[in-house]
Design a protein around this ligand. Structure first.
Ligand code: SF4
Length: 454
C-alpha cells in the first residue's frame, strides 16, 4: 500500500501542497516519501527513506518550484526498502521523461520488464509503467492509455510528463483515487482525507480505467479502458487501510467500521463486562460492538504510537516482553470478562500475545471478535498480507484458530455482514484474500510477485 498525490496549480506552491497531501496519506506508507515538480517542462524529484517530515524541511521544499507536482509515500516489503525504489521515480525514455508514483502491484510486471528489454534503475514494477509511457512516441494521452492497456493488476498512478499532470486507475479500480478541486486547480489523491487537509473540494472518485490529464489546455478526463465488470475496490480499504475520516464512494470509513462492529455484536453476541479495541484500526468496530451489545467500551490497551515497523530487537530475555513495545493493558481489565475487537487476524501471533497479556493482567475471560472474515489467501494487488502458509486461518477451523491464540471464544464477521457494512455493492469489491476468488489471472510464482509491493 502506498499513498499518491498530484496537483496542477500554476499560481500556488505545489510542493508545499503535496507535502501536506502526503502528510494526510502517511498511514499508507512510512518507509519512503517523495515529491516531483515540473517547472516549465523541467522535472525535479526529491525522495528519500523515512517519514514525510523526515524527508522534507523548509529549505528542501522551497527548492521545489513548479506549476505541477506529484507526491508518494511508500510501504515496501522485505528487500524492497531501498532508496532506488523510493518514489516518485524519474524515467528518461526515448520519447519523453516521466515522473511517476504508483499505488498497487502489477501481476504481469515480470513479462513487461522482459519486453522492455533494457535495464531499469529500480526493482519496483512502477518503473515498468514509467518506461512504457516514456518510450512511446505517441502523444502523451495515447501513450498513457497504451500503457494502461498493457497493465494487469493494481495501479492507481500519478505522473508528470510533457508539462502535464496525469492520473489513472486500472480497469478494476483496486486502489482508490479521487479527483478534487482547489479553486479551479485540479488535485488528485489516494484518499479524500488528503483533499480535506489541503482545502480542496471532492469532485468524485476516478472510475476504474479512467485517465485524467491536466495541462496548459485545462483538465481532460478520458475513459481509457473499459471498466472490468463492476470494478474491484479492495475491501481491506474499508476495514483496515483507509483513514477513518476518508470517504469511499460517499461512505465514511469510520461509519462503515462502526457498522461492522454492530453487525458483529448481532452475529456473535457474548456476555461480558468490557469491550476493548486493539488500537487503532480495531477502535471503530469496538465502538460499534459496545454500542450494539450495551457493554461498556474501554480503551483497555494503551498503544505506543511511536513504535515503527523496524526497531532494535530486545535481548533474548526480553523477547517475551516484545509485544509491550506496542501495547500495555490498563489495570481495569483485572477480573473482567473482556471482548477484544480487532479488524483482522492474519498470522495470529500478535493476537495470541495480546490475549496472553490480558490474561496475565488478570482478565477472567478474553473473547476475540474480528470485524472481517478469516484471511485465507495472499494479495497480489499491493497489500503485503503474508504467504498462505503463514496465514493462521488458511488451513484451520475457527476452533483451531481460537485454540492457537488462546482465547476464551473467537468469532469473525461474516462476508455478507462485512459487505453490507460497506454500503457499497458487493459486486464492485475485491475480496480475494477472503474468498480465494481473484478478479484477474494470478501468477503461479506468488512469492516472486509479492516482493515489490508498493
Ligand atoms: S486480495 Fe484482499 S487485500 Fe488484495 S486487493 Fe483484494 S481484497 Fe484487497
Amino acid at each position: 500500500m502506498c499513498g499518491v498525490f498530484g496537483v496542477r496549480a500554476p499560481e500556488r506552491d505545489v510542493a508545499r501542497l503535496s507535502y501536506f497531501g502526503l502528510y494526510a496519506l502517511q498511514h499508507r506508507g512510512q518507509e519512503s516519501a517523495g515529491i516531483a515538480v515540473c517547472e516549465d517542462g523541467r522535472l525535479t524529484a526529491l525522495r528519500d527513506l523515512g517519514l514525510v517530515p523526515q524527508v522534507f524541511d523548509e529549505r528542501s521544499l522551497s527548492g521545489l518550484r513548479g506549476q505541477l507536482a506529484i507526491g508518494h509515500t511508500r510501504y515496501s516489503t522485505t528487500g524492497g526498502n531501498a532508496w532506488a525504489n523510493a518514489q516518485p521515480l524519474l524515467h528518461h525514455g526515448r520519447a519523453r521523461t516521466v515522473a511517476l508514483g504508483h499505488n498497487g502491484n502489477l501481476v504481469n510486471a515480470a513479462a513487461l520488464r522482459d519486453e522492455i528489454g533494457k535495464p531499469l534503475a529500480s526493482s519496483s514494477d512502477s518503473e515498468v509503467i514509467a518506461a512504457l509511457i516514456a518510450d512511446d512516441d505517441a502523444p502523451l494521452e495515447d501513450a498513457v492509455a497504451n500503457a494502461m492497456n498493457r497493465l494487469e493488476g493494481a495501479a492507481s498512478v500519478v505522473g508528470l510528463a510533457d508539462e502535464t499532470l496525469f492520473a489513472f486507475r486500472d480497469a478494476h479500480g483496486f486502489r482508490p483515487l479521487v479527483l478534487g478541486r482547489l479553486g479551479d486547480d485540479p488535485v488528485v489523491a489516494s484518499e479524500t482525507c488528503a483533499l480535506d487537509l489541503v482545502g480542496a473540494e471532492l469532485v468524485r472518485e476516478l472510475e476504474p480505467g479512467e485517465l485524467v490529464l491536466a495541462g496548459r489546455d485545462g483538465l481532460r478526463t478520458v475513459q481509457a479502458l473499459e471498466p472490468a465488470g463492476e470494478g474491484a475496490l479492495c475491501i481491506f480499504e474499508f476495514f483496515y487501510l483507509a483513514r477513518p475520516d476518508t470517504r469511499l464512494d460517499g461512505v465514511e470509513v469510520h461509519g462503515a467500521r462502526v457498522r461492522m462492529g454492530e453487525r458483529l455484536a448481532a452475529e456473535a453476541p457474548v456476555d461480558a463486562d468490557l469491550v476493548l479495541p486493539i488500537p487503532d484500526s480495531g477502535t471503530p468496530a469496538a465502538i460499534g460492538f459496545a454500542r450494539a451489545a450495551g457493554i461498556p467500551f474501554s480503551e483497555g490497551l494503551i498503544k505506543n504510537r511511536y513504535v515503527g515497523r523496524t526497531f532494535i530487537q530486545p535481548e533474548q530475555g526480553m523477547r517475551e516482553q516484545g509485544i509491550r513495545m506496542k501495547f500495555n493493558p490498563l489495570a481495569e481489565v483485572e477480573g473482567k470478562r473482556l471482548v477484544v475487537v480487532d479488524d483482522s487476524i492474519v498470522r495470529g501471533s500478535t493476537t495470541r500475545q495480546i490475549v496472553q497479556m490480558l490474561f496475565d493482567a488478570g482478565a477472567a475471560e478474553v473473547h476475540v471478535r474480528v470485524s472481517s472474515p478469516p484471511v485465507v489467501s495472499p494479495c497480489f494487488y499491493g497489500i503485503d498480507l503474508a504467504s498462505e502458509d503463514e496465514m493462521i486461518a488458511a488451513h484451520s477451523t475457527v476452533e483451531e484458530v481460537r485454540e492457537a491464540i488462546g482465547a476464551t471464544s473467537l468469532a469473525y464477521l461474516s462476508l455478507g455482514g462485512l459487505e453490507e457494512s460497506t454500503a457499497r455493492p458487493a459486486e464492485g469489491l475485491c475480496r480475494a484474500c477472503l474468498t480465494r476468488e481473484y478478479p484477474t489471472r494470478v501468477p503461479a510464482n506468488a512469492a516472486k510477485l509479492r516482493f515489490e509491493t508498493v
